[in-house]
Design a protein around this ligand. Structure first.
Ligand code: SF4
Length: 260
């Protein structure tokens, strides 16, 4: 589904998104219980937003297993790996769901390419952020207009920067309050893999290590993502040409989780 097709019928903010709700989520340990409570209350105004990586797949599985027909959305930057596009279809077939593909505005993309070129992100960190803004952040902002609750697969062990993220956060930058919830925030990579194996959950083949131990630990656009070697930080493969930047950790985020 394109951005234009995002459901617009339910755009009235829900006043129940407040500090009391945030506290309730913080005090609910089990991810299943968090999902159940949020779906019961918000239905189509809540969505799992995922790129189909490991913890996102755990959330999709938990929702399906508990008969919680959440909206599932993914940001389709139009630059994803062919394996990722194929994997999304596989996930839809396995769980009987339709994943909403949230795409950038075609005119904004065209304007950006005309002004800065197709591969502007190689020029500077600022241009990379501009591209991520056009292809990810603004489409996400448009999606958020239809939501009260944004559910993510973020985990603290994904990077030092993400180690500081809260499990539930009230976002106030939009026209109405939004609760951003990361039910698996404390899960480790090992716990996620164990759950995936125990439940036979599908995995994007790019996230499986090759014979040399090289693996995509963090998947994004094909142009900006490389595998990592054993021992490298999980997000080292993102925008690898920026590794020499003084604030390397900050350079490893697209702004999606820090500018909204
Ligand atoms: S990851 Fe790269 S191609 Fe994708 S939106 Fe960001 S800069 Fe653009």
């Amino acid at each position: 589904m394109s951005t234009q097709e995002i459901r617009t019928a339910s755009t009235i903010a829900n006043s129940a998104v407040d500090e009391a709700l945030r506290q309730e989520v913080l005090l609910t340990a089990e991810p299943q219980a968090v999902l159940f409570s949020l779906f019961k209350r918000f239905k189509e105004r809540a969505a799992i937003v995922t790129s189909g990586q490991l913890s996102g797949m755990v959330l999709i599985h938990l929702a399906a297993e508990n008969h919680l027909p959440f909206r599932v959305c993914t940001l389709d930057t139009l630059r994803l790996f062919p394996e990722t596009y194929a994997f999304l279809e596989q996930v839809e077939a396995r769980y009987g769901i339709q994943i909403e593909r949230i795409q950038p505005d075609a005119q904004e993309v065209q304007r950006m390419i005309s002004q800065h070129g197709e591969y502007l992100f190689f020029d500077s960190h600022a241009k990379q952020e501009h591209c991520c803004n056009v292809r990810k952040v603004r489409p996400m902002q448009r999606l958020l207009k239809t939501l009260d609750v944004w559910i993510t697969g973020l985990r603290r062990d994904q990077s030092a920067e993400r180690g500081k993220l809260p499990k539930a956060e009230l976002l106030s930058a939009m026209t109405h309050p939004i609760l951003k919830v990361s039910p698996l925030i404390q899960w480790t990579t090992e716990e996620v893999w164990q759950f995936i194996r125990d439940n036979d959950i599908p995995v994007n083949p790019l996230l499986e290590a090759d014979a040399h131990g090289h693996v995509y630990e963090s998947l994004g656009c094909m142009t900006c993502t490389t595998p990592i070697r054993p021992g490298e930080p999980k997000r080292a493969g993102r925008w690898r040409w920026q590794n020499a930047a003084p604030s390397e950790e900050n350079a490893k985020e697209c702004g999606l989780h820090y500018s909204i």
